[in-house]
Design a protein around this ligand. Structure first.
Ligand code: 5RP
Length: 219
């Protein structure tokens, strides 16, 4: 399984063991999750909570009921991918721009199952992949200056608006050696809606696909 897409499919296949008929499943966003969504019709789900409009549309196209999180209560399981993951199952997410909605659904779930291919594992977060930061449009340049003062290099994601009508600053060169502290510090900047570090609320289970199969890691 050296092919990245095959690894995503294998991780998605492994995630099926956490899904049960009659549950309301939290469903993430991205190409790995798309592999999972294709497999969902084999279950009789009570419904799904979608972490993005894109996911919502895909679920509905398969005839799966999409439930508003406000009416779903606490979810048993949320399944999503990630852009980077470290040994503590802390993540960077938001490559697809759905970080805020993803973080909300993950927080409202008892168990967060994260599926990755081997390219996503790193020793220190944020060295190769920038931290996506969702920002209220009016605060974009103020927040960018604050990030620059922290040593970051924010890049405005052109031609992209989040599901909540906000913009994204993909921020390079931040020191993510203490992910929980940085996650909180970024959230404290006025105008920041959410950031793509999932450290205070990391994954509970990591399904890591590689050329030798799918490994399960627990936090
Ligand atoms: C979207 C995300 C995705 O989980 C992340 O970008 C991974 O995507 P893919 O499965 O396509 O590699 O955080 O906002």
């Amino acid at each position: 399984m050296s092919d990245q897409h095959a690894q995503k499919q294998a991780a998605a296949q492994a995630a099926l063991q956490y899904i049960e008929d009659d549950m309301i499943l939290g469903v993430g966003t991205g190409s790995t999750v798309n592999c999972l969504i294709e497999l969902l019709p084999k279950f009789r789900l009570k419904g799904a909570v979608a972490s993005s409009q894109v996911t919502e549309d895909k679920l509905k196209a398969l005839g799966i009921d999409v439930v508003d999180l406000n009416f779903a209560g606490t979810l048993d399981v949320y399944i999503d991918g990630a852009d980077e993951v470290n040994a503590h199952l802390q993540l960077i997410k938001g490559g697809g721009g759905a970080l805020t909605r993803e973080k909300i659904v993950a927080a409202a779930s008892n168990k967060f199952i994260c599926m990755v291919d081997e390219s996503k594992t790193v020793e220190i977060l944020g060295r190769a992949f920038p931290v996506p930061i969702e920002v209220l449009p009016q605060a974009r340049s103020y927040v960018a200056r604050q990030l620059a003062q922290m040593g970051g290099e924010p890049v405005y994601r052109e031609d992209f608006v989040t599901d909540y009508g906000n913009v994204i600053l993909d921020t390079y060169d931040l020191d993510v050696s203490e992910p929980i502290k940085l996650e909180a510090k970024l959230n404290n900047i006025v105008g920041v809606v959410c950031n793509g570090i999932f450290a205070a609320n990391q994954a509970d289970v990591l399904l890591k696909a590689s050329s030798s199969g799918v490994e399960t890691l627990l936090r």
